[in-house]
Design a protein. Structure first.
Length: 222
């Protein structure tokens, strides 16, 4: 089969999204219009159509996350990989910033003192220094479990993105996060099951940012 000759990044993305939409339709999957940009970008990033079924949204999660970004909300991630992939141009339109505290010396020292993971301490630090930030977790289930405790204790982030990947406490931590967020009316986007990762967290953040900035058409980002 002769490959299609497309070289411009915007054209490649547009063609990819068209393929994804067509294959979703062939599978009989119809997406909620508000959630569609998030799901499409997760599939685009991973080539995994399971995210059309496993990505779970609390009521109004997308619109509330978009509103928070438009109001200048920061984003805190649990990996520098995710931080690096989030569109600085898009979040900069709203004067927001992206943070990751995993390499912060304060986090390392406190994690050793408490005999816990840096992910746990980084969420504690985020809650103290950026209580109004969107929290995007793509790697560490311990971070999600700590967020459950923080939310139960009064933290009210504008959105939590819970998409860690793996086998130990991953699916369980996501279910617990959904339960707690629903209980306290905290918006959440969660990839149920084992799949996820930092690239998925980045994809979701960018989908929200592009929606907030009116940049869903890749040609508009030039």
């Amino acid at each position: 089969m002769e490959p299609t000759r497309i070289s411009r990044p915007a054209d490649i993305e547009s063609a990819s999204m068209a393929i994804i939409r067509r294959e979703l339709a062939e599978q009989g999957i119809s997406l909620d219009p508000e959630q569609e940009p998030v799901i499409l970008r997760a599939i685009h990033t991973t080539a995994d159509f399971d995210f059309a079924r496993t990505l779970t949204f609390t009521p109004g999660a997308v619109s509330r996350g978009v509103s928070a970004l438009q109001g200048g909300a920061d984003i805190v991630t649990d990996t520098n990989m995710a931080k690096a992939g989030i569109s600085q141009g898009a979040i900069g339109r709203f004067r927001g910033e992206v943070y990751c505290f995993m390499a912060d010396p304060r986090v390392s020292e406190e994690a050793k003192r408490r005999d816990t993971t840096r992910a746990v301490v980084s969420m504690d630090l985020a809650a103290r220094e950026h209580p109004n930030a969107i929290l995007a977790v793509g790697n560490a289930p311990t971070a999600l479990l700590e967020l459950c405790e923080l939310i139960s204790g009064g933290l009210r982030p504008p959105l939590v993105i819970g998409v860690p990947v793996g086998f130990v406490n991953v699916a369980e931590s996501k279910e617990r996060l959904l339960e707690v967020c629903r209980q306290y009316d905290v918006p959440a986007i969660v990839a149920r099951g084992r799949k996820g990762g930092s690239t998925v967290a980045t994809a979701i953040c960018n989908a929200l940012l592009y929606t907030a900035a009116g940049l869903l058409d890749p040609g508009s980002r030039n």
